[in-house]
Design a protein around this ligand. Sequence first.
Ligand code: SAH
Ligand code: SF4
Length: 386
Amino acid sequence: MAVDLLDFDLEGLAAFCEGLGEKRFRAVQLFRWIHQKGASDFDAMSDLAKSLRTRLAGDAAIGALPVISEQASADGTVKWLFDVGGGNAVEAVFIPEDDRGTLCVSSQAGCAVGCRFCSTGHQGFSRNLRTGEIVAQLWHAEHRLRARRATAGADAGPGGAPLRMVDNVVMMGMGEPLQNYGALVPALRTMLDDHGYGLSRRRVTVSTSGVVPMIERLREDCPVALAVSLHAPDDALRDMLVPLNRKYPIAELMAACRAYLPVAPRDFVMFEYCMLDGVNDADAQARALVDLVRRERVPCKFNLIPFNPFPGSGLERSPPERVRAFQRILLDAGFVATVRRTRGDDIDAACGQLAGEVRDRTGAQARLARRRTIPLHPQNVARSLR
Ligand code: SAH
Ligand code: SF4
């Protein structure tokens, strides 16, 4: 079977080229053709010797993922559904903003963590994506969007260089990136490499539900911006919302965050908090959150994500005034706290709505279906039942 060159970071590609008797600078050329120019055909690589091109065409491939669908939202958001074989499909979402473009990338077909409020989690887990399948999402989005821009007649950057479309990557699509660590790290390196996508470490974010030992390894191997999906101020509630908390409770998670920051490209951790009506959105819980991060001394910001409903979740989105009241408590305590604007609503591209298609190999669907109910915060029961 042909080797997928998207599976390699530059070091990996250099080793592969060495195996073909080629010098490192050939790997650099090849890497630039693939990632910077979006080449999918070895014949187009005009500065590589014909003999090498023929050899590559025989032994290797640039493993673009088949696109099942591309949907564009009225607000400019674009969502792709990619076929990763075996009845599985994963999604990536491009979110344009005034001054930058963000791509939300998937790391697994499904997810084994099984968070209560997450559509991917409800689908169960099929398999880890390979490095090449993670990178292929960025490769496709970047070059597809550039082509669309060129068709629209927009200009190139200084010296005719194509302007980059994706400036930010967030590993916030389907899957838990730190449960696919071996494939994740070379993918991150390709994103960061100046011969690859040249993204700044501050603009590549790994979002995790809290795989503590892998946060520690990421610190050593490839520190990028860190987002942690917290969702609750105490272990009792977090155990229910994010089952991984039973293995790595909040105190351990906070310790891992503290240890990560000295080498991180940003001097804070972004805590994500999905706002669930009557479950985790009370004033008392906001105050408990403030106490928690002060006690644990973790420099942080908060990103409040109004829950995006999906069929069968059994949960409701917190009302806007509740989100604002919760945010106010964090702001008054001196924290930066933003509310994530929902984008791509009309194409189901918002956080936690990425569903793709997953062959559940773990029985998670059935397990979650048995756990449909979640106890409400006592002071909120009355409001939620209204
Ligand atoms: N597995 C990683 C990254 C993917 S999820 C993680 O959990 O961090 C990306 C973000 O979307 C996480 O913060 C997650 O908690 C949030 N999310 C999941 N389902 C959601 C939903 N239905 N509504 C709003 N946010 C959701
Ligand atoms: Fe997995 Fe993240 Fe969804 Fe939890 S929120 S089930 S960790 S993808």
